[in-house]
Design a protein around this ligand. Sequence first.
Ligand SMILES: NC(=O)C1=CN([C@@H]2O[C@H](COP(=O)(O)OP(=O)(O)OC[C@H]3O[C@@H](n4cnc5c(N)ncnc54)[C@H](O)[C@@H]3O)[C@@H](O)[C@H]2O)C=CC1
Ligand SMILES: Nc1nc(O)c(N)c(N[C@@H]2O[C@H](COP(=O)(O)O)[C@@H](O)[C@H]2O)n1
Length: 220
Amino acid sequence: MHVVVNAAMSADGKLSTREREQVAISGPDDFDRVDALRAESDAVMVGVGTVLADDPSLTVDDDARRERRRNAGKPENPARIVADSRIRTPTDARVLDDRAETYLLTSEAAPQDFVAEITESGAEVIAAGDQRVDLAAALAELESRGIDRLMVEGGGEIIFSLFEAELVDELSVFVGPTVIGGWKAPTLADGDGFVDDFPELSLRDVDGVDDGVLIRWDVC
Ligand SMILES: NC(=O)C1=CN([C@@H]2O[C@H](COP(=O)(O)OP(=O)(O)OC[C@H]3O[C@@H](n4cnc5c(N)ncnc54)[C@H](O)[C@@H]3O)[C@@H](O)[C@H]2O)C=CC1
Ligand SMILES: Nc1nc(O)c(N)c(N[C@@H]2O[C@H](COP(=O)(O)O)[C@@H](O)[C@H]2O)n1
């Protein structure tokens, strides 16, 4: 499986505010690039923190891109994946609507009545890990279901865990023309953080997009 992490951060490295409210950091050209990246992916993944904060749809906006997917024999939207160890995804979350297939990655600690409720909402539950989602095992399970190209949109906690598990192949970051600030505002990689064995990145390219910069790295 090829895993691409894509996110937008402020010039000071924040993904959103200390209140975890969504901020449009990207401009129109970057949002369009993100839409194209979604359309090229088999699935788009977020952590449940992002579902609770943003209630994203994770679908492809552009009609022509959806039509191209249909013409290629694919579902019009990529599958949606939420890492949600104990099932905190609300049953009325947009990721559970019928516009795309949805997988919830959970752990053995997920209450069985929640599993039943979420399955009834139409999502497929994949349990991997005791207390937290074992991302390597869950991604291997997704690969066996035909997901070869995975785009991860965040947030900071799930991005850190994917780097920690050495599962990221590519990182693209849009650095936008704004300053958010705040010790408690989420950053690109939160979690426990590394103290050594830092993941190394190899610069692929840098482009001016909107009033910011798009930086793309391969993970070494
Ligand atoms: N600017 C951008 O591009 C983006 C910004 N955001 C922002 O990020 C914030 C949400 O980020 P976070 O709070 O960090 O939440 P997150 O979206 O990274 O989800 C973290 C949650 O995922 C679950 N999880 C299950 N297994 C896990 C594992 N192995 N490792 C880590 N987490 C696991 C846990 O419940 C954990 O609390 C929101 O404020 C949202 O607006 C989110 C996505 C993109
Ligand atoms: N690429 C990007 N730029 C920003 O400025 C952002 N705030 C985000 N946020 C991500 O996009 C998701 C919203 O998805 P929908 O448009 O509702 O499908 C949000 O949940 C974050 O993952 N991304």
